[in-house]
Design a protein around this ligand. Structure first.
Ligand SMILES: Cc1cc2nc3c(=O)[nH]c(=O)nc-3n(C[C@H](O)[C@H](O)[C@H](O)COP(=O)(O)OP(=O)(O)OC[C@H]3O[C@@H](n4cnc5c(N)ncnc54)[C@H](O)[C@@H]3O)c2cc1C
Length: 404
């Protein structure tokens, strides 16, 4: 298909699960859906590494990895993405000592712009590893990805409503002392929902949420009631502060222990738009306070909580956590609401803290404004020039953020 596209003068874009909020996966030429290229290709038990076909969805991983006693080291909020799509945009979870998914990739194979196959690993074309593990879909079409796994583990989860200022004041300590800490702040309230997960060995006693309790908390409260409140809030914005206060009382006061994937990921059935920025971790409390002031000053009514997470520094050239301990601040809006004014204003604040936007979530930056944020930006674009000089894999989003 790549060779044919070249002959026809068309661009080619491989897509994953189509879960990016940006047009990073838009395919003006030929779209290649790799959903059928999934499953486990090889297992290296000694090194705890697995090679997956690029279109494998993250939700397939527990069944593929558990028989080998393995698990992904960390995951984001959902498991609908493909491994290739997740790594290509720098998808991350939370945890001060844990890096994003791309940093868990140790080797990959891709179809090049010439229609050949290129292996990138610690021993072959290793100089491309820091680019190709988080390649934005700009360097080639991933067909296989080798993931460094860890022994399977369980997580003890504690979810509590807590006062915003108390959590902001202790944010750094909490991130440093917990394995995986995050919080959700409901605008117009002084409360947050904290989530603190502790890693335990695979044989630790489990106390999973009962099916009914999980359904009530995750489906009915987090998604069902939330869908209704977003709808109500859109028609009656004045009701939003009251609804948010109610939401902080209804959700989150529970403790359970379960296999890692069941704790890391949840179902998201309410449609929304999202923007997320990574900033130096120590700046997170001030940035959240700035956003709170912004919302109050503008008189906006924001129904969706703001999600705050953390990740360790990594060495991937286009990673939002490149070379710095990062805090992530994500803002959301219900899909029927106009997100532009809110997102642009929050972006202004987060750029003031040296923020780098998630490649798969809405932002308004371009190559000129992004390049100074990434010390190795020009090495990445040089790798792109080398691997895809004719821009077979480009689209308007990549032209915007990397240059044409
Ligand atoms: C509800 C929801 C929750 C989310 N939660 C999180 C979260 O917790 N943390 C986080 O960091 N992000 C999160 N995201 C963002 C999401 O993880 C990323 O946008 C991710 O890229 C989506 O993966 P995908 O498989 O859908 O990829 P797509 O959106 O389909 O594609 C993304 C990019 O990957 C490229 N790509 C896909 N397959 C290949 C391939 N085989 N070869 C080369 N390039 C390829 C595409 O060309 C495109 O550039 C969330 C998104 C949603 C909708």
């Amino acid at each position: 298909m790549v060779r044919q596209a070249r002959e026809l003068g068309l661009t080619v874009k491989a897509i994953g699960a189509g879960h990016s909020f940006t047009a990073i996966a838009a395919a003006p030429g030929i779209l290649i859906d790799l959903a059928g290229l999934d499953g486990l290709i090889a297992v290296d038990a000694d090194k705890r590494r697995v090679t997956l076909a690029a279109g494998t969805n993250l939700y397939q991983l527990p069944a593929l990895l558990q028989p080998h006693g393995l698990a992904m080291e960390n995951l984001g909020d959902i498991d609908r993405q493909t491994i290739a799509g997740a790594t290509s945009t720098g998808t991350h979870g939370t945890g001060g000592a844990f890096r994003g998914l791309s940093a868990q990739i140790v080797a990959l194979r891709m179809v090049t712009a010439e229609g050949g196959i290129l292996t990138v690993s610690e021993t072959e074309n290793a100089e491309l590893l820091p680019a190709a593990r988080l390649g934005l879909g700009a360097l080639g079409i991933l067909v296989e990805v080798t993931v460094q796994c860890v022994p399977a583990f369980v997580l003890h989860a504690v979810e509590r409503p807590e006062p915003l200022e108390e959590v902001l004041g202790s944010f750094q300590t909490r991130v440093n002392t917990a394995d995986h800490f995050e919080f959700y702040w409901f605008p117009h309230t002084d409360s947050v929902l904290t989530k603190t997960n502790t890693r335990l060995p695979a044989d630790a006693p489990r106390q999973p949420l009962g099916r009914l309790s999980r359904w009530v908390d995750d489906e009915l409260l987090a998604n069902g009631v939330f869908a209704a409140t977003c709808g109500t809030g859109r028609l009656l914005p004045a009701a939003i502060p009251g609804i948010n206060r109610l939401a902080t009382r209804l959700t989150g006061n529970r403790e359970f222990t379960d296999i890692s994937t069941s704790v890391f990921t949840t179902q998201r059935s309410v449609r929304f738009r999202e923007m997320e920025y990574a900033i130096p971790r120590e700046q997170v409390p001030d940035a959240v306070r700035d956003i709170r002031t912004l919302i109050a000053d503008r008189g906006w009514r924001i129904s969706f909580p703001i999600e705050v997470r953390a990740a360790a520094a990594d060495e991937l050239w286009m990673s939002t956590a490149y070379g710095r301990e990062s805090g992530y601040i994500a803002v959301h809006r219900y899909w029927r609401e106009n997100h532009l004014e809110y997102f642009r204003a929050v972006e202004g604040i987060l750029r003031g803290y040296g923020g780098r936007p998630h490649w798969g979530k809405i932002h308004f930056q371009d190559a000129a404004s992004l390049a100074p944020l990434y010390p190795r930006f020009h090495e990445f674009t040089a790798a792109r020039d080398r691997l895809d000089p004719d821009r077979l894999f480009t689209n308007p989003y990549l032209d915007r953020v990397l240059g044409a």
